[in-house]
Design a protein around this ligand. Structure first.
Ligand SMILES: [Fe+2]
Length: 234
């Protein structure tokens, strides 16, 4: 049984939700592969909220591993499709979801953070600020809700502030493992995603996840979140 090659540059870009120029680079055996995006700040620039050691390991080791394994799984998928090997295609789905999700989620996470001297932690202004007050009562109430849901999340995962682009409403969600937010609803667009895997905080905060959650708001890039929100809800 033969299949037409399905993996094009466009489909890979869409699968990552990164657009046509986000973290996609070189061609490997005719396949477009993904690359680790650069951080828009130095590893130590988020201190004291997040240590430089954590940022460097998180970016260079953890995110890089997701990118490497995502590319590997996509290459295997390409081969399996070429051979018409349906069981192998199905078997690869979990690796693609986990590693592709890891790449998508971390690519958002780096943009969700900013050094304090570059606006990190500055409360949202404009329409996002109004929407937060309307949907949650206040920014403090939203932060408390996300911290509570992030602290209560069992195992590893993410806590998200998102906008439902169809309902034009802000929503707080959690996802397990490296599931991207889109698994909770196709109309959900991530504004802020907070990584609550232990690798994101353990070297500095040990087992006290709530302290990490409390401090990360000091370096949250609300300007980025506002830009995404205004694009989805003009
Ligand atoms: Fe992470």
């Amino acid at each position: 049984m033969a299949f037409r090659p399905l993996l094009t540059r466009k489909t890979l870009a869409c699968a990552a939700g990164l657009g046509s120029n986000g973290g996609i680079a070189t061609s490997f055996r005719g396949l477009q592969t993904f690359t680790l995006p650069d951080l828009p700040y130095d590893y130590g620039a988020l201190q004291p909220a997040i240590s430089g050691e954590i940022m460097q390991l998180h970016h260079q080791k953890h995110h890089q591993a997701y990118v490497t394994n995502y590319n590997k799984a996509l290459e295997q998928l390409h081969d399996a499709i070429s051979k018409g090997d349906a069981p192998a295609v199905v078997k690869l789905q979990s690796a693609i979801k986990f590693n592709g999700g890891g790449h998508v989620n971390h690519s958002i996470f780096w943009k969700n953070l900013a050094p304090i001297q570059e606006g990190g932690g500055e409360p949202p202004k404009g329409s996002l600020g109004w929407a937060i007050d309307n949907d949650f009562g206040s920014l403090d109430a939203l932060v408390q809700k996300m911290n509570a849901e992030g602290a209560a999340l069992q195992g590893s995962g993410w806590v998200w502030l998102s906008v439902d682009k169809e309902l034009k409403k802000l929503v707080v969600e959690t996802t397990s493992n490296q599931d991207p937010l889109v698994t909770k609803g196709p109309s959900l667009v991530p504004l802020i995603g907070i990584d609550v895997w232990e690798h994101a905080y353990y070297l500095q905060y040990k087992n006290v996840r709530p302290d990490y959650l409390k401090n990360i708001w000091k370096v949250i890039n609300w300007k980025y979140a506002s830009e995404v929100y205004e694009k989805e809800c003009p």
